[in-house]
Write a protein that binds this ligand. Sequence first.
Ligand code: NDP
Length: 394
Amino acid sequence: MTRSVSIFGATGSIGQNTLDLIRRNRDGYRVVALTGGRNVDRLAADAREFGAELAVTCFEACLPALRAALSGSGIAVAGGAAALMEAADRPVDWTMSAIVGAAGLAPGFRALRHGCTLALANKESLVTAGPLLMAEARAHGARILPVDSEHSAVFQALAGEDMAAGERIIITASGGALREWPLDRLAEATVAEAGAHPNWEMGQRITIDSASMFNKALELIETKEFFGVEPEQIEAVIHPQSIVHALVGFRDGALMAHLGAPDMRHAIGYALHWPDRRALPVARIDLARLATLEFRAPDLARFPALRLAREVMATGGGAGAVFNAAKEVALDQFIAGAIKFTDMSPLVEATLDAMSREIRLADAMDSLETVLETDHLTRIRARDLARSRQEQTT
Ligand code: NDP
């Protein structure tokens, strides 16, 4: 049976890995919509190769180039945020949500309306709007499947089990590119150094987030929202080999671990074929060759983002949306060379403090519009704070 699929963020790292799997079983899928951003050539080439019905760039300024690249192909083209929503309105069986950042929230949310399976790589959706997203899925009979490797691993470890019998969830972290750097050198880290992941091939933003552990901080919150567990039940441990992705601890003391090569096609393929488990083109692990699997507790002085995530989980409500937006601004500032690697966490913390004086952070987000408004206000506040800090230091 042919499955209809749309991929949001098709030109990115997750999107390309998804297309790689689809390419290997071309007749099994009908590609409806592909979306991208600035990488118009990639988007156009993929839209042609996969015979997509619609190609969308989220940036209106890129639309003329996309139109030119797809002229004569018969593929519909569109651009801008509204066009992303139109793509989400096209009914499909399976949607990949792999836009980076909070920009991925609205299209994924919209796609749930037609009751599809939403493969969720965009962790920001759960961090900013977890309860709303899960309720929207329930309301429309849609299913959300996790694609983040840790959450896919937990999901797999729980197969056939009841989370009521689960005591704790342990997600692992490689520790990122700078994990062995002396603490007093971290402030000097460049974008290239922070963006060179030891184990995973990923987009630039998530790779830098791995070095700062903001990625793991988001994943702690994502775990709470997706699996409905208490913050105290979730742990993060450093595991430099990135072979064990997560473990679930049960009340009889058993720990179920998920092991796999660090290759996102595993988690993507699991979500694509679920509930089947089909063959995937990923490396097989040779335990004897691997010999050692190390685990250690993360140092909170090195990774203050983890402490902030605990505070955000304890607050609930709009704290996740504020945390994520502040983190995105801090990351933009670091990538632009405006702040140091070690300035990101203090900027996020200062933004959380400032926003807690403006809105009641603990109040539940009652609609998608409230989440987007909170995101918008937070970005303004975070940029203001970054600017005034820069002025103080110059
Ligand atoms: P990439 O940066 O590689 O790709 C991001 C995609 O989103 C691209 O298609 C990009 O278009 C598009 N995009 C960028 N900005 C916008 C915007 N404002 N509106 C709409 N689309 C936009 O990211 P990744 O694939 O690494 O990550 C995607 C998501 O998956 C993130 O949420 C990340 O946290 C999550 N994730 C990623 C993993 C990985 O291994 N990469 C692992 C687990 C989760 P273009 O490039 O054409 O400009």
